[in-house]
Design a protein around this ligand. Structure first.
Ligand code: ADP
Length: 302
């Protein structure tokens, strides 16, 4: 547990997250008098994923879907990254929500933002490789009404933002050509949301971010996936192989079957059709009987 202050500027508060490689703390910035989030990683640790994460976050600063980068540094004990403090992550929001699922409106609104966020990271030359609900947080202070009314695009006024670029990977070379698949490289990502390609250890590409997004959206709507209660990765793989078909989207708007049909066809180097996937989500909402008064996000209802 870290306490005290960093560089005499950031006073550490509570720990708000703990992941595979690091810990995230809330901190008070004496200079700006605002709260921030600081991600720590032990220095000298084998992977030094934070250094790479900082590289990706910095390159993505023109995207409205990432937190604002504030500072990064290191000392003998740890490397750290200071960024804007955001709200709770979508995994915890879903878990604490009624029936553990989100309405179609909420799923579509945040799903569209997620597609745009993925498009932005792809545009920056990286694949994320760990798309999952805990890697998206609610943007602090944003309400649905802001989103509906629209804000200037240079303001970061989105509803959600994307985090955690520790597993991201470049997919373009210096000449902006797609780096060829390296073949079998081992599992990457999080078992529940990983694509079948990842389970068989194949090198990942842009399509795999959409496979993870697909599983995430189904989980949001249904409250669980057939392998949600399973911990063993091999068993998850078996269940995923068995259930990744039309049955998985049974009971959902037909556009989710089209989403699945589309991503099944994507090959390693293909550019995903972001617009098409967004249009499917919009259509799903349009065709539903979601009334105007229901146009409020699930977490704003209480
Ligand atoms: P790890 O790479 O160690 O898994 P993440 O970057 O995924 O760490 O962060 C873990 C959790 O910490 C997130 O799910 C989120 O709840 C919280 N978190 C991380 N960054 C922020 C931030 N800028 N603002 C608010 N919460 C954050």
């Amino acid at each position: 547990m870290l306490t005290g202050s960093i560089r005499g500027r950031w006073h550490l508060g509570a720990r708000i997250g703990k992941g595979g490689f690091g810990e995230i703390y809330i901190a008070y910035d004496f200079k700006t008098q605002l709260h921030v989030a600081i991600k720590f990683e032990k220095s000298g640790c084998e992977k030094e994923a934070l250094r790479f994460e900082i590289e990706v976050l910095t390159k993505m600063q023109s995207s409205v879907f990432v937190p604002n980068f504030i500072f990064s540094g290191c000392n003998k004990e740890y490397n750290f990254l200071v960024m804007d403090l955001q709200g709770p992550n979508l995994a915890s929001i879903r878990r604490n929500h009624k029936n553990r699922c989100f309405s179609l409106l909420t799923t579509v609104k945040i799903g569209i933002e997620m597609i745009k966020a993925i498009k932005d990271i792809h545009k920056a030359g990286y694949i994320h490789r760990d798309i999952k609900p805990s890697n998206f947080v609610l943007r602090r202070g944003t309400k649905l009404v802001d989103l509906i009314k629209g804000r200037p695009s240079n303001e970061r006024s989105t509803l959600t933002c994307m985090l955690d670029f520790g597993l991201a990977r470049k997919y373009l070379d210096k000449e902006k050509r797609i780096i060829k698949s390296r073949g079998e490289v081992g599992f990457r990502g999080t078992a529940r949301y990983a694509s079948l390609n990842s389970h068989i250890g194949q090198d990942l590409s842009r399509r795999d971010d959409f496979w993870s997004l697909f599983y995430l959206l189904v989980e949001f709507l249904k409250g669980e996936l057939p392998w949600s209660r399973v911990k063993d990765r091999k068993l998850i793989f078996e269940l995923k192989k068995k259930f990744t078909n039309r049955n998985l989207v049974k009971g959902l708007p037909s556009q989710f079957a089209l989403f699945l049909k589309y991503i099944i066809k994507l090959k390693f180097p293909d550019i995903p059709d972001y617009k098409y996937l967004i249009s499917l989500l919009k259509q799903a909402l349009h065709e539903s009987d979601c009334k105007e008064r229901d146009k409020i996000m699930d977490w704003e209802k209480d």
